[in-house]
Design a protein around this ligand. Structure first.
Ligand SMILES: [Zn+2]
Ligand SMILES: [Zn+2]
Length: 222
């Protein structure tokens, strides 16, 4: 939590000078085409989608900026678990670059929420920090209301694809006014199957939103 007082130190390699140094930036691997048009995963050959249509029912699409490997892995870990909140800016920048390349935007930017208990332990919601930076960067705002986690969900790590979807199904709700058909960018740190983002999108769609685009810094391939 002390990162605001310290000189910048690279989230990838701990070198002093910047929150993400030039050497680490150069080692970050952007996702390569062809990508699944729907969920943004890298495909071995050009196909329209990877078969995710049956799983991702509520998300219009999902886009991750980079692969979860190299310097991105320690940077995301420090950002999420070690209080390096200042990494929000360089990491959100990666998302912003991906959205710009694809010409994607939305009316509103909303973050995947933490359960209140986890938020209390951690002190901040890393996805909200990313969302805040993206709103500034893209001059977007958020609607009146709040996306909430209605029950704690055990971590997704180590679960197979089906279990991940079951684990988070119905775990989110929109508390606020109707979302009036507006398009939404839904932000999380790392995406794997997209199950969490899809469960959030389900709650937003139920509240009347337009298409929901899930975005994340990094993508883990399972
Ligand atoms: Zn570095
Ligand atoms: Zn797909």
């Amino acid at each position: 939590m002390l990162d605001l007082l310290l000189p910048p130190r690279c989230g990838g390699c701990r070198r002093v000078g910047a929150w993400l140094c030039d050497l680490c930036r150069a080692r970050i691997r952007r996702l390569d085409e062809p990508l699944c048009r729907r969920c943004g995963v890298e495909l071995p050959s050009a196909r329209r989608d990877c078969g995710c249509r049956a799983r991702l029912r509520s998300l219009a699409r999902l886009r991750s900026a980079v692969a979860y490997e190299g310097p991105v892995e320690p940077a995301v870990q420090r950002f999420k678990y070690e209080g390096w909140q200042r990494l929000a800016a360089p990491l959100a920048q990666l998302i912003g670059e991906r959205l710009a390349i694809e010409g994607l935007a939305g009316r509103w930017v909303i973050a995947v929420p933490l359960h209140p208990e986890r938020l209390r332990q951690r002190g901040y919601n890393q996805a909200e920090l990313l969302a805040r930076d993206l709103r500034q960067r893209m001059r977007l705002s958020s609607p009146k209301g709040e996306l909430v986690r209605t029950r704690p969900t055990p971590p997704q790590v180590g679960r197979d694809r089906l279990r991940r979807f079951e684990n988070v199904s119905g775990a989110f709700a929109w508390r606020g006014g109707r979302l009036a058909g507006e398009s939404i960018l839904l932000v999380d740190d790392v995406a794997t199957t997209g199950a969490t983002l899809d469960a959030c999108a389900n709650a937003l769609r139920a509240a009347g939103s337009g298409p929901v685009t899930g975005v994340s810094i990094a993508r883990v391939n399972v």
